[in-house]
Design a protein around this ligand. Structure first.
Ligand SMILES: Nc1nc2c(c(=O)[nH]1)N[C@H]1C(S)=C(S)[C@@H](COP(=O)(O)O)O[C@H]1N2
Ligand SMILES: [Mo]
Length: 512
C-alpha cells in the first residue's frame, strides 16, 4: 500500500501564512495597547494610499464605493498572505530566505511608521515585534516540516502529527489574535476619522501673538511651545479611551442648584478662548521631561459651573474621565480668574486622542493628577472631606500646586566641552506665579544671574541661558529659579511622592 507523498511545499506555504498572520496580529495588538496612531497596518496602508496615482484611487472608490477602505484592507490581507506563503516555501527550499522576506516586511512597516506624524520610540515596537514574531514562528514551523520531510518512514507519522498540531494551533491562535486586533482597529479607525472630521471654531478671545524673544533657538534647548507629538503623555489608561464626540456630554453634578449637561456642539458654540499653559506631572523628577507647554483652546470652566449654580460649602470639583480616573481640583482654582479651561484644542488642532479628545481640563498652576482630566465626562461639585480622587487614594496629596523648578537642557549631563565660555541653557517654571530670575553656579562657586528669555505669561515656563567660563577639568553646573514673589527654588532633595520633587538640577561636565 502506498501513500501519496505529502506536499511539503503546501505545508510550508500554510506555515508561512500562519507566521505572518501571527506577526501582524502581534504588531497590531501591541499598537492597540499603546496608542491608536501606532498601527503598522494603518501606517503601511496610508503610505500606499498616498502613493496611489489619483486615477487609481478614483477607480477604486468608484468600484467599491463606501466599502473602499474595507476592500483596501482585504487587498492588503491577500497581499500579506501571498507573501507569507512565498516566505514559507522559500524557507523550506533555501533557508533563511523566508525569514529574510519577513524581515524585509518588518523593515517596510518600520519605514512606514517612521513617516507618521506622532513618531516616538514607542512607534518602533509594533513593526519590530511583528517581524520578530513572524520570523520566530516561521523558523519553528519550518523546522518541524523539515524534520517530517527528512524523517525515516517509521518516524513520519509522529512528525506529521507534530506539524498538523503546531500549524493548526498557530492558525487558531492567529484567528483569535486577528479578531482581537481588528476589533480594536474598528473602534480606532472610527475615532481617528471622527477626530479628523472635527472643525474647531476660531477663538472669540485669541491668544496674543508670542512676544518677541520667547524662543532662544539654542541647539539642545527644548522649544517653548511643545509640539503635540512630543508632548509627554501620562495616564493610567492601558488603551487610549476612544470617545465619539457626537455622543460625548459633560455633566455637572453634586452640590449645584441644577444639574447641567453640555454636548460637544454646544461647547464649540460657546465663546472660546485661547491660552498658553504649561502642564506638568507630579512624577517629574528634578531635571525631568514630564512637562510641556501648549496653546489650548477652550471655554472657561467657571462659566459652566455658574450655569449649574455652585452651592455654599463646596470646596472641590471631582472630575471624572471616560477611563474612570478622577481628579480633585480646588473649586477656587476652577472659578477664579486663572481661566481654567474645558479644552477642545491643542496647538490649533482638536485634542489628540492620547491627550483627551474630545475635551479635557487644563488648569494653570496645578499638577496634572489633580486637574488635567482627559476625556472628561463629569464634574461633581463636592468637598475634599467627602470624596477622594484616584491618586490621593494611592498616597499622593489631595492638593497639588506645581512647585517652582528649573532644568538644564544643554549641555547634556556628562557632556565633554571645550574650555572657555560655555553656553548653558534650560527652562524654568512657576505656573501661575511666574519667574523673576534664574541663577547658575559652577561647582560650589557664587550664584550668577542667567539671562531670561521673554515669558509668554506667568502660566508658562520660560527659557534661560548663561555663558559660563569653564577651566579644564571636571565641573558641575547647578541651576535655581526665583519666582515672581522673590522665593528661591527649594534646594532640599525630596522625592516625587507625595506632592512633587524638590532639589536643584545639577549636571557634570568634563572640560577639555
Ligand atoms: N482621564 C485621565 N486623565 C488624566 C490622567 C489619567 O490617567 N486619566 N492622568 C493625569 C496626569 S497624572 C497628568 S500629568 C496629565 C498628563 O496629560 P498629558 O498626557 O496630556 O500630558 O493628565 C492627567 N489626566
Ligand atoms: Mo501626572
Amino acid at each position: 500500500m502506498t501513500r501519496k507523498a505529502p506536499n511539503f511545499a503546501l505545508w510550508a506555504a500554510a506555515a508561512g501564512v500562519v507566521a505572518v498572520g501571527l506577526g501582524v496580529a502581534a504588531g497590531e495588538l501591541s499598537a492597540a495597547l499603546m496608542s491608536p496612531s501606532l498601527s503598522p497596518v494603518s501606517a503601511v496602508g496610508s503610505v500606499v494610499i498616498d502613493a496611489m496615482p489619483g486615477p487609481v484611487k478614483d477607480w477604486a472608490i468608484g468600484l467599491f464605493g463606501t466599502a473602499d477602505k474595507a476592500a483596501f484592507l482585504v487587498a492588503m490581507a491577500v497581499v500579506i498572505a501571498v507573501c507569507g506563503a512565498a516566505a514559507g516555501v522559500l524557507q523550506l527550499r533555501r533557508p533563511p530566505a523566508g525569514a529574510v522576506v519577513i524581515g524585509l516586511f518588518g523593515a517596510a512597516g518600520l519605514a512606514a511608521v517612521l513617516t507618521r506624524a506622532q513618531m516616538s520610540v514607542l512607534s518602533l515596537v509594533p513593526p519590530l515585534l511583528a517581524a520578530a514574531v513572524g520570523i520566530l514562528v516561521l523558523r519553528a514551523l519550518l523546522a518541524r516540516i523539515g524534520s517530517w520531510r527528512d524523517a525515516a518512514p517509521d518516524d513520519a507519522g509522529p512528525r506529521r502529527r507534530d506539524v498538523l498540531k503546531t500549524v493548526g494551533g498557530g492558525a487558531a491562535v492567529g484567528v483569535v489574535a486577528g479578531a482581537l486586533a481588528s476589533g480594536s482597529r474598528v473602534g480606532q479607525v472610527n475615532a481617528v476619522a471622527l477626530r479628523d472630521g472635527v472643525v474647531l471654531p476660531a477663538a472669540a478671545t485669541p491668544a496674543a501673538p508670542l512676544p518677541a524673544g520667547t524662543e532662544l533657538g539654542l541647539p539642545g534647548l527644548d522649544s517653548v511651545l511643545t509640539p503635540a507629538a512630543d508632548f509627554y503623555r501620562i495616564d493610567t489608561a492601558l488603551s487610549v479611551p476612544l470617545v465619539d464626540a457626537r455622543q460625548w456630554t459633560l455633566k455637572v453634578t453634586g452640590m449645584v442648584d441644577r444639574e447641567v449637561e453640555i454636548s460637544f456642539d454646544e461647547l464649540l458654540a460657546k465663546p472660546l478662548q485661547e491660552s498658553y499653559v504649561t502642564l506638568a506631572c507630579v512624577s517629574n523628577e528634578v531635571g525631568g521631561s514630564l512637562i510641556g507647554n501648549a496653546k489650548w483652546l477652550g471655554w472657561p470652566v467657571r462659566n459652566l459651573l455658574a450655569e449649574a449654580g455652585v452651592q455654599d460649602g463646596a470646596d472641590m470639583v471631582l472630575s471624572t474621565g471616560k477611563d474612570g480616573w478622577t481628579a480633585s481640583t480646588p473649586l477656587q482654582a476652577l472659578t477664579d480668574q486663572r481661566d481654567a479651561l474645558l479644552a477642545v484644542g491643542m496647538n490649533g488642532e482638536p485634542l489628540p486622542l492620547e491627550h483627551g479628545f474630545p475635551v479635557r481640563l487644563v488648569v494653570p498652576g496645578l499638577y496634572g493628577y489633580v486637574s488635567a482630566t482627559k476625556w472628561v465626562t463629569e464634574l461633581k461639585v463636592t468637598r475634599f472631606s467627602d470624596e477622594v480622587a484616584y491618586w490621593t487614594q494611592r498616597g499622593w496629596t489631595e492638593r497639588g500646586p506645581i512647585k517652582l523648578s528649573s532644568r538644564i537642557d544643554t549641555p547634556s549631563p556628562g557632556a565633554a566641552v571645550d574650555a572657555g565660555t560655555v553656553t548653558v541653557a534650560g527652562m524654568a517654571w512657576a505656573q501661575h506665579t511666574g519667574i523673576s530670575g534664574v541663577q547658575v553656579r559652577v561647582d560650589d562657586g557664587d550664584w550668577q544671574d542667567a539671562e531670561l528669555a521673554a515669558a509668554i505669561s506667568a502660566d508658562t515656563w520660560v527659557q534661560w541661558s548663561a555663558g559660563l567660563d569653564l577651566s579644564p577639568g571636571n565641573h558641575t553646573v547647578t541651576v535655581r529659579a526665583i519666582d515672581a514673589n522673590g522665593v528661591e527654588q527649594d534646594e532640599t532633595e525630596r522625592p516625587v511622592v507625595p506632592d512633587g520633587a524638590t532639589g536643584l538640577h545639577t549636571i557634570r561636565l568634563s572640560v577639555r
